[in-house]
Design a protein around this ligand. Structure first.
Ligand code: GDP
Ligand code: IMO
Ligand code: MG
Length: 426
């Protein structure tokens, strides 16, 4: 079977964790292909709320094989904590979770470097989650990083020391003060812990699964507008978050990609720095933040909030080749009398465009809005598209017209059950 891909079309936190968990019973394999503990994927079911950072969101479905792919940057210390946090769910994790030997390892010094670089940037900081993502991908690309497979090599301590010595030299240049002893002890303990899990050549696992006709879902992290090539550079993460990232991050040939599920919020949010044309820095944005509980799942930071941005969404759909649209958090807009939709941008010279200009990080574009009536009622308990209020179906139809693709799945609350399906998903 082909590999279906599920990813965020905005700046992350669209609700990927929830939807992977909802779709997982249709799949035999769920695989993460990029990012690392900068991700926070929230799942809610049976009164539990659980946030996953590196472990794929298919983990709560016993029959699903979960894979951490080669494109991921993995922090052993956080991995150990995550596994321990799952103890009371009685899952057979050593059977249901495989880790690619080619995944990169985040060292404690990668986190220090992240902090040193951000501090040095001052006002220009990226707003990184400070999990060491950028420095770890930097070492991967500059061909000096450590990988999960290195952990079982007898000379791992020497390889570790050689890289850490290089990091220490950089930290000295930045005059960054640190105490590594505690983190280093936790790191080696966590590395030993990780060795209990199947460390595999996951490109073989994935491709054997394809050949055997198994159903496979690739789970994206972050969002398309944080992609290192196509996002608002430099205010991005350090991986390819788009569909192509699933090919390189799992070893899947492009011809084996099937459906691409694109997830977006009915509005927009962003954590960290960078352009956000529809941002609302007023009481409307604050109301969205409170109603949507828009505080980071990884860092707890308040998320910046704003109206939906169709030029940005269309761009993300183009790069990803989205075949299925899923709209999240429709319920958060229940509180508004009117809803704004950005359909184009006015450039500083007065011209109008529905494309994202290269200069987006340096100039201020003015969103051009259409105003639609709100539905102003609760969506609780609604499961069928025909039950939705007319203003909401009108809102959906407006988006569909601009996006040129049906929205067949609408999420109306954080719980697994709070979903409205129109027809059936592919
Ligand atoms: P992810 O990173 O894309 O997995 O998203 P996060 O878990 O970081 O953030 C999404 C947040 O919205 C989480 O707190 C979810 O529990 C919550 N959520 C998901 N879907 C819905 C929805 O339809 N309505 C509401 N109100 N909350 C939702
Ligand atoms: P999920 O998978 C939202 C943002 C950070 C920062 C920028 C770079 O939960 O959607 P990094 O730590 O990668 O160097 O940070 O990217 N960012 C996210 N924002 N959701 C995420 O993941 C994010 N992962 C990174 O806030 O602006
Ligand atoms: Mg998140």
């Amino acid at each position: 079977m082909a590999v279906d891909v599920l990813l965020g079309l905005q700046w992350g936190d669209e609700g990927k964790g929830k939807i992977v968990d909802v779709l997982a019973p249709r799949y035999q394999v769920v695989a993460r292909f990029q990012g690392g503990p900068n991700a926070g994927h929230t799942l809610e079911f049976d009164g539990f709320k659980h946030v996953l950072h590196q472990i794929p969101s298919g983990i709560f479905r016993q029959e699903v094989q979960n894979i951490i792919g080669n494109g991921v940057v993995l922090d052993p210390i956080i991995f150990k904590k995550e596994i321990e946090g799952l103890a009371h769910f009685n899952l057979d994790l050593k059977k249901n979770l495989e880790i690619s030997k080619k995944a990169s390892i985040i060292l404690p010094t990668h986190r220090l470097l992240d902090a040193a670089y951000e501090l040095a940037k001052g006002k220009e900081k990226i707003g990184s989650t400070l999990k060491g993502i950028g420095p770890t991908y930097t070492d991967k690309i500059s061909r000096q990083g450590l990988r999960v497979g290195d952990m079982i090599s007898p000379n791992f301590p020497e390889k570790y020391k050689a890289l850490v010595d290089r990091h220490k030299a950089i930290l000295d240049v930045y005059q960054y003060e640190y105490d590594l002893a505690e983190a280093e002890a936790a790191f080696f303990e966590a590395v030993d812990f990780m060795k209990q899990f199947p460390l595999v050549d996951s490109e073989y696992s994935v491709n054997h699964a394809i050949t055997e006709g198994k159903t496979i879902l690739a789970e994206g992290a972050q969002g398309s507008l944080l992609d290192v090539d196509f996002g608002s550079y430099p205010f991005v993460t350090s991986s390819n978050t788009v569909t192509a990232g699933a090919c390189t991050g799992l070893g899947v040939a492009p011809k084996n990609i099937g459906e691409v599920y694109g997830i977006f919020k009915a509005y927009a949010t962003r954590v960290g720095s960078g352009p956000f044309p529809t941002e609302l820095e007023d009481e409307v944005g604050e109301a969205m933040r409170q109603e949507g509980r828009e505080f980071g799942s990884t860092t707890g930071r308040p998320r910046r909030c704003g109206w939906i941005d169709l030029p940005a969404l269309k761009y993300a759909m183009m790069i990803n080749g989205v075949t299925q649209l899923i709209m999240m958090k429709a319920d958060v807009l229940n509180i508004f009398e009117e809803i704004q939709v950005c359909t184009a941008y006015e450039m500083p010279d007065g011209t109008v465009t529905d494309q994202i200009p290269f200069e987006i990080t340096d100039i201020k574009v003015k969103p051009i809005y259409s105003t639609l009536p709100g539905w102003h009622c609760s969506l609780e308990g609604m499961r069928d598209f025909n039950e939705l209020p007319a203003e909401l179906t009108n809102y959906i139809a407006f988006l569909e017209k601009h996006l040129n693709l049906p929205i067949n799945f609408i999420s109306t609350g954080p719980d697994r059950e709070a979903c409205v399906l129109r027809g059936s998903l592919a």
